[in-house]
Design a binder for this molecule. Sequence first.
Ligand SMILES: Nc1ncnc2c1ncn2[C@@H]1O[C@H](COP(=O)(O)OP(=O)(O)OP(=O)(O)O)[C@@H](O)[C@H]1O
Ligand SMILES: O=P(O)(O)OC[C@H]1O[C@H](OP(=O)(O)OP(=O)(O)O)[C@H](O)[C@@H]1O
Ligand SMILES: O=C(O)c1cccnc1
Ligand SMILES: [Mg+2]
Length: 554
Amino acid sequence: MATADRVEKPSDKFRSPQSRNGVVQPLLTDMYQINMAYAYWKSGKMADVAVFDLFFRKSPFGGEFTIFAGLDECIAFLQNFRYTKSDLEYLACVMDPGVEKPFFEYLSQLTTTDVTVMAIHEGSVVFPRVPLITLEGPLIVIQLLETTLLNLVNYASLLATNAARYRLAAGPHKQLLEFGLRRAQGPDGGLSASKYAYIGGFDGTSNVLAGKLYGIPVKGTHAHAFVSSYSSIDDLHNRELRHASTGALHDLVSISETYRTQVCELLKILQSEASEGEFAAFCAFAIAFPSGLVALVDTYDVFKSGIVNFCGVALALHQLGYKPIGIRLDSGDLAYLSNTVRTLFGQVAIKFDLPWFEHLTIVASNNINEDTINSLNEQNHKIDSFGIGTHLVTCQRQPALGCVFKLVEVNGQAKIKLSQDVEKVTCPGKKTVYRLYGSDGRSLIDLLQLSSEAPLSVGQKVLCRHPFQESKRAYVTPAKVEKLLKVYWKDGAVQQEMPTLLEIRDRVIAALASLRQDHKRNLNPTPYKVGVSDCLYNFMHELWLQSAPIGELF
Ligand SMILES: Nc1ncnc2c1ncn2[C@@H]1O[C@H](COP(=O)(O)OP(=O)(O)OP(=O)(O)O)[C@@H](O)[C@H]1O
Ligand SMILES: O=P(O)(O)OC[C@H]1O[C@H](OP(=O)(O)OP(=O)(O)O)[C@H](O)[C@@H]1O
Ligand SMILES: O=C(O)c1cccnc1
Ligand SMILES: [Mg+2]
C-alpha cells in the first residue's frame, strides 16, 4: 500500500510562528515591487530562480553588536502569503490600465511554497554584512517579499538591540519596565516596541494589549493625576481594609495616621507639611491593592510629603499582614533622591525592627536613556527598577537600522551590486556563514564562504580575509565551528521549532553573556571581525572587475 498520504509534513511537527499582527499582509509593500513583478512576468521570468540576502551594514547606536529580531513574524508572513480577491481588485485599480488581466490571475496563484528560507536564530548577536536571512526561489515571489521582510526585521532588531543596551547598562539584576506606549510611533510601533523590548531583556511592559497578545508580564503603578485627584481624607469613602490572615476589618487610615506621626518624629519632619491629598491617595491605592503598593512620591515634596505619607501607609499595611512594594520617583536628581530615600528607609527599618523596609523597591522614571543609566551607575544610585518609555521606543540615538535586501544570484549566476562607496558593494553568490570560536569558547570571527566550497571543520586552519582590504587577513584554527544559517522554511512548511518570546529572550541574554566585553563596551567598542574566505574574496573581486568597465580619460 502506498504510504505517501502518511508522510508527516514538517508543519505538523513544529509549533507555528506567532504573528498577531493583522497589518502584515502582501499589500504591506512598496508599489515598485508589484510593478517589477509585472515587468518580470511580461518578460517571461516566471521560472527564474534567485537568491537574496537580507543584512545590515553597521550596528546601531555607535555599538558593535546587533540583536537579530523579527524572524518569527517573517516566517508567519511567508506562511500566510496569499493575495486576496480584494487585494487583486485594488491592484487592478491602481496599476497602469495597460497591465494585462492574466497577471492578476498569476498573482492570485502565488504562494511561497517554492521559496527556501535560511536564517540565523532570532535573538542571536549578529554583525554587519552577515546575511541574517537568505531566500532562494522564484525571483518574482522573493522580490514581492522584500519590503515586508525588511519592515519586519529593521525596527524589531533596532528595538531589541536598544533594549539589550539598556539591559547591559542597568546590569542583570535591575528590573526594567517598558513604559513607552504613549510616546511610540503609532499603535503598531507601540505593540512592536513592547514585544521587542521584552526580547531584548526588559522584564515587563505597561502595555496591556502587548501583555494579552504576547504573554509579556504587565506592570503598572499610578500617575500624578491619581495623587492630585484627592484633596483630603474626606475624599475616601472607604477607609477599611481586611487583615490579610484574620479577615477582620480595620481602619487603614487611622492606623496609617498613627504611623505617619511616628515617622515624622523619627525623620524630624513637620507633619503639617505633608500633603493630606497625597496621603488619601496612597490610602486609596493601598485599600485597592494592599499587596501591590508602589507609591508615586514626587507629586509634592519627596521628603516632606511623599516619603512620610508612604511610610505611614506602608507600616499600616504591614500591621494588617501585607507587604508594600515601594515607591516611584519621576523627577529630580534620581541618584540623590534614591540614595536619600534608601537611607530614610533604613532608619524606619531600624526604628520599627523591620529589616525588609530598608530594601523596599525604588522605581525611577522620567526621560531615562542609556546614558542616564550609565551616569546614575557612576553616582552609585539606589534604584531597583527603571521605567523607560520615550527614548527606548523611539530609539532616540538612531531611529532606523539599515537592513537591506540584495540580489546575489539568478539562475546560478552570481550578481554583484557596485557602489562608489566600497562598503556598499554587495557580496555575490549563495553563501554559507560560519561563526568560528577560539579555545576559550569565545567567538573570534564570522566567516562567509561560497556554498560551493567544502564545509569547514574544527581544527582546520582557514584563511579569513577582510572583504575589501587586501592586507587585512588572518589564519584561524577554530576550536568550534557553528553554521549560523538554518533552514526555517522549505516546501511550504516551517522547518524548525519556533521559539517562544521567553526562549528568544533567554537566547539574547546567553548570547550577550558570551560576547567579549570589548565588543559590548559603551565607548569606542572593538569591532567584531566579519571576514570572507579566500575563495569568496577572489570571486568577489574578479566579478567586481568584470562588472566595472574600464573608463577612458579624454
Ligand atoms: N542623577 C542624575 N544623573 C543624570 N541624569 C539624571 C539624574 N537624575 C535625573 N536625570 C535625568 O535628567 C533629566 C531631568 O529632566 P528634567 O529637568 O526635565 O526633570 P525634572 O525637572 O526633574 O522633572 P519634571 O520636569 O518632570 O518635574 C531626566 O532625563 C532624568 O532622567
Ligand atoms: O519619561 P519616559 O521615559 O517617556 O517614561 C514614561 C513617562 O510617562 C509618564 O509620565 P508623562 O511623561 O506622560 O508625564 P510627566 O512627564 O508629566 O510625568 C511617566 O511618569 C514617565 O515620566
Ligand atoms: O505604570 C507606570 O508607572 C507608568 C506607565 C506608563 C507610563 N508611565 C508610568
Ligand atoms: Mg515625562
